[in-house]
Every structure is written in C-alpha cells, then in structure tokens.
Design a binder for this molecule. Structure first.
Ligand SMILES: Cc1cc2nc3c(=O)[nH]c(=O)nc-3n(C[C@H](O)[C@H](O)[C@H](O)COP(=O)(O)OP(=O)(O)OC[C@H]3O[C@@H](n4cnc5c(N)ncnc54)[C@H](O)[C@@H]3O)c2cc1C
Length: 420
C-alpha cells in the first residue's frame, strides 16, 4: 500500500481516483482541488447557460464530499502551488509540504486570453467559458439584460457559447481570423453549408480577420478587427483555445510539448509522476506523434490508466484520436481525422434526409471524414478510419461494412472509404 496524490479533481482526476481505489482497496489517496465545485464536465457549462440543465447537472459524479466518502479519499480543498518532482513533494497554498509515493497531475487546461490592445485583466465585459463559475458569470450578465454579443473564436467552445446566447435571444456575431468555422476540423464545403445555416438563424459571421483591439466604451466594448472594421457589443466572449495548466511544475524537469509528455502508461519523464487529461500530451494515432487532444473521453481513459498502473495493474492508453462530435443550433457535425490531409475527396448527400458525408482518401487510407447531420454514422466511420490507419493498405471487415450500410451510406461510398 502506498500513498498517492492526485492534483486536480476534474474528469481526469476523478477517474484516476476511482480506478486506483477499485484496483487497490488499501491505497491512501489524497486529492487536491482548487475548485469550489464538485468534479464538473466543462462541456456542460454552456448547456447550463442556455437554461437546458440545472447547475448540479454540470457535476455528473455528485458532490465532492460524497465522492470522497464513497471512494475513501482524503479531499484537500486547496491549491497546490508547486511540485518538487524529484522529491515527489507537493507544496500547497496553506504552506504544507508533503511527500507522496506517486503523484498524478490532472490539472486540466485554461482558456487562452492573449494580450489584446485595450483589454485589461479586470475588464468586466469580457467572458471565457470553462468552469461553473465562468458559466455563472455569463448567465448573470445575460439575466441583467444584454442586447448584443461578440464571440471570438469559431471553435467547439465558441459555437456552444453562441448557442447559449441565442437561447436567450441575444443577437450574436461569431468571428475568427480563420476563413471558416472549426478551422482544424471542417472541409471547406461542409463549413460553407454550416455558415449558410448559421446566417439563416440570424447569427452574423466575420471570418478571415483577427482581433486588433477591444476597448471599453459606455458599458460595452468596441472590438476592432485587423481589416479595420469595428463592432460595438455589450459583451465579448473569448474562445481562442486552451492552454494546459502546468504552472506548478518546473518545465526543465519534464519533457514538455503543449502539455506534459507522457508514455502510454501515462508516466511523465520523472519516475512516479503521472499526467492525465488536458494537461498532458499523449500519443496521437493519425500523426503518430505526441499531441495535446482535449477531449472528455481522453481525460476519462487516461485517468483510469494512471490509477491502475499506480495500483500495480498494468494498463495502457489506447491513443488519442483527433475527432470532434458536436451538436449545435440544430446541426450535428462530426469531424474525424486531419482536415489538412491531401488526397481525393468523395462526397455523398442523402437524397431525402439531406445529411452529408465528405471524405479525403489518401493513398493508403482515409485522411479525414466530415459528416453533417448523421450522428449515427460517426461510430462506424470512426472505426473504418482507425482500421485503415492502423493497418494501411487493408480493407475494412464485413461487420464494419454492415455498420456503415446501416448508418445509411450507399454501397459505392462504403467501398471507397472501406478500401475495397
Ligand atoms: C465549453 C466546452 C465544451 C467542450 N466540449 C467538448 C466536447 O464536445 N467533447 C469532448 O470530448 N470534450 C469537450 N470539451 C473538453 C473536455 O471538457 C475536457 O477535455 C475535459 O473536461 C478535461 O478534463 P480534465 O480533468 O483534464 O480537466 P479539468 O476539467 O479542467 O479539471 C482540472 C481541475 O484541476 C484543477 N486544478 C488546476 N490546477 C490546480 C492546482 N494547482 N491545485 C489544485 N487543483 C488544480 C482545476 O481547477 C480543475 O478543477 C469541452 C470543454 C469546454 C470548456
């Protein structure tokens, strides 16, 4: 029996604690959290702002103290200020220094807020979306009454913030310096279709020019873009991406990329120190490189892998996979693989239901798939992509063909993406 510290109690930290407890009933497990809330699912924050769920539903595992009692955890509601990695010692905000046999870093990530001309740190009208507190803040402002909003960043987070604002009838503009929505996932024709549908719902779009300044003006903000155009809104939401929260480590002690580099057992380069979830960079199957892929399912699996390994039950992470599945404003978008892939594009539009598939076929497999409005096809399409990725040059098997057929794809398209 050893003692283990888990720093951060989000999805990754929770699953690390649970897996460790399940594999070792005697383990001493200390969990440190700087959040006043129970482990929350950041994906649910915008549903709460939109009024679709209540506040507690953002916390799918229940109150933190109940989880601690059930799993036999020592819960420390305080921030860890520093990790002395080689000594395996945590220094906490209360000044405590404690050594552990194993330490799991599950500190997540935080929204990127770059320096923007005119924007000061205490500017009240600028919002980000990550935590229940961020959601509370935006919801309170919406309830006070706002008549316009600008969301900067046409990302997964950005579009969900747009959706939440629209749910309250707030006229909203979505802007991004990239030329199209979900720039790391969409193929151009799919993005164009999404743009048309957003504009038809009254959402103004501004793509292709970055933000130059955001200046407070009469209780609101005037945002000026790099092409010289400007827009006055009551609020601005910055959804410009995430940065791993790794401030407690000395980067020189670790292998660092965009996050703490880990092997498939979620071990960092420092013995007995593990990293899981958004704060780490793990193997990615398409690029075959280490990559920071911020997905709930990754946080879940990586936490479990670390927990088991610490308990002495060998476990390996299956690998990251670039994919995004999102439902927003009446649409279902699924992006699988790398949209920079080069090759031949095949496409299909269902004659009556209208859903669409685009796939980029590379020499030996599939580089990227976009699906619009056929969520059911995402599982089989993902399986086909992984199969052709992990065994280049081979075709998908009969079960995968059947699954694709049942999802509604015609035989010729299945043959194309199935490689036969
Ligand atoms: C709006 C939004 C939409 C999303 N949509 C999707 C989606 O559709 N699909 C999907 O798969 N993923 C989505 N994600 C991403 C997904 O939510 C994350 O990948 C996942 O929640 C990461 O979990 P985590 O435990 O690594 O990090 P977090 O949930 O960030 O947990 C980390 C915790 O550690 C705490 N912490 C940090 N530093 C310290 C410290 N020094 N001491 C103590 N505690 C500390 C933090 O306060 C936090 O509570 C979305 C995220 C957002 C914000």
């Amino acid at each position: 029996m050893g003692n283990t510290a888990i720093v951060g109690f989000g999805g990754a930290g929770y699953h690390a604690a649970r897996a460790l407890r399940e594999a070792d009933p005697d383990a001493e497990i200390h969990v440190y959290t700087d959040s006043p809330d129970a482990p929350y699912n950041p994906m649910l924050t915008t549903y709460y702002v939109a009024g679709r769920i209540d506040r507690e539903t953002m916390m799918p595992y229940g109150p933190a103290e109940e989880i601690a009692a059930k799993l036999g955890l020592c819960l420390h509601r305080e921030r860890v200020l520093r990790l002395r990695a080689r000594e395996r010692t945590l220094v906490t905000a209360s000044g405590e220094e404690r050594r552990y046999d194993d330490i799991v870093l599950a500190t997540g990530s935080h929204p990127l807020v770059p320096p923007i001309e005119g924007l000061s740190a205490d500017c009240g009208a600028v919002y980000v979306m990550r935590t229940p507190a961020d959601a509370d803040r935006l919801l309170a402002r919406i309830r006070e009454g706002i008549s316009s909003a600008l969301v900067i960043g046409a990302s997964w987070v950005g579009i969900k913030v747009v959706e939440a604002l629209c749910a309250h009838g707030v006229p909203t503009t979505l802007a991004d310096m990239a030329p199209r929505i979900f720039p790391t996932a969409t193929l151009p024709p799919v993005a164009e279709e999404i743009h048309r549908r957003l504009e038809a719902q009254g959402i103004a779009l501004r793509f292709g020019s970055g933000i130059a300044s955001i200046v407070p003006s009469g209780g609101g903000l005037v945002s000026t873009f790099s092409d010289g155009a400007s827009l006055r809104t009551d609020v601005v939401a910055l959804c410009l991406g995430l940065r791993p929260t790794v401030d407690i480590v000395d980067p020189a002690e670790f292998g660092m990329g965009k996050g703490l580099r880990v092997d498939l057992r979620m071990r960092t380069g420092v013995p007995h120190i593990y990293a899981v979830g958004d704060c780490c960079e793990a193997y990615e199957m398409i690029t075959r490189q280490s990559m920071n892929v911020n997905l709930w399912a990754n946080a879940f699996e990586q936490g479990e892998v670390a927990g088991r390994n610490i308990a002495g039950v060998p476990a390996q992470f299956g690998g990251n996979f670039i994919h995004n599945i999102t439902h927003f404003l009446g649409m279902d978008f699924v992006g699988l693989g790398d949209n920079r892939s080069e090759g031949r594009t095949v496409s299909y539009r269902h004659p009556t239901e209208g859903w669409q598939l685009y796939a980029v076929l590379t020499g030996s497999g599939i580089g990227c798939i976009n699906l619009l409005d056929n969520h059911a096809a995402s599982g089989p399409a993902k399986a086909a992509l992984i199969k052709r990725l992990t065994a280049p040059g081979t075709e998908i098997g009969p079960a995968a063909r059947l699954a694709l057929r049942e999802s509604g794809l015609p035989a010729d398209i299945i043959a194309e993406i199935g490689g036969y």
